[in-house]
Ligand binder design. Structure first.
Ligand SMILES: [Zn+2]
Length: 214
């Protein structure tokens, strides 16, 4: 049976945003009692809620959201489950063990980070990829890395973002702030990542689905 899992945060006022990034504002414009319909204005950052990072985020002259082919964003993907692992530094051997020989062209890293949504714990706690993990992914032809945490870098490196820079520098697309990865039961599934097509976008909010045949 085909089951579609929604991996996207709901956009709403008061939701988590990275310190310094714009807060979400959703303002009602037209109203049924007056204009006979509803419309709204939304204010979002390019990195608000579940979103992609295009290479341009950290790489001058790098690909932007509107340049990324849909074939990179959508296709077969693999879930690497680290939710029960105590280590926060994800190494190449941990990736290899979790992937057990399968393709890592598109991978989603499950940490159940959403349990910590609602305060700075979400940012301060998060696991991260080591340099050798990233080299392993690139060596295996990885094009997209998604995660249910804010970023692939250690919170200790938030000012320099070395892991972001290696991945984006190699043209890999990042999908951050995903949710509900625990509902993906299959190890492989079809992934749909659909970011808003923003001209010269360094990033964009994205609707993400896993199409699972369990
Ligand atoms: Zn981002």
């Amino acid at each position: 049976m085909t089951r579609i899992v929604d991996l996207t945060m709901t956009l709403e006022e008061g939701m988590v945003t990275y310190p310094g990034h714009p807060h979400v504002e959703i303002t009602q414009l037209a109203r049924f009692g007056y204009e006979g319909k509803e419309t709204r204005k939304i204010t979002l950052g390019t990195h608000t809620g579940t979103h992609i990072d295009a290479p341009r985020h950290y790489i001058e002259g790098g690909k932007t959201v509107d340049d990324i082919p849909p074939e990179v964003l959508c296709g077969p993907a693999r879930l690497l489950n680290f939710a029960e692992w105590p280590d926060k530094a994800i190494s190449a051997s941990m990736l290899a063990q979790a992937a057990h020989g399968g393709s890592v062209e598109r991978v989603l890293l499950r940490f159940d980070g959403e349990k910590r949504l609602g305060n700075m714990d979400y940012y301060n706690w998060q696991p991260f990829l080591t340099k050798n993990a990233v080299e392993w992914l690139l060596d295996k032809g990885c094009k997209l890395v998604g995660m249910d945490t804010p970023m692939p870098d250690s919170p200790d490196h938030k000012d320099t973002m070395p892991i972001h820079k290696i991945l984006l520098g190699a043209g890999v697309v990042l999908v951050e702030y995903m949710v509900n990865l625990k509902s993906i039961q299959a190890e492989t599934f079809q992934l749909i990542v659909a970011p808003l097509k923003i001209k010269d976008g360094d990033g964009a909010p994205a609707r993400c689905f896993a199409i699972c045949n369990d």
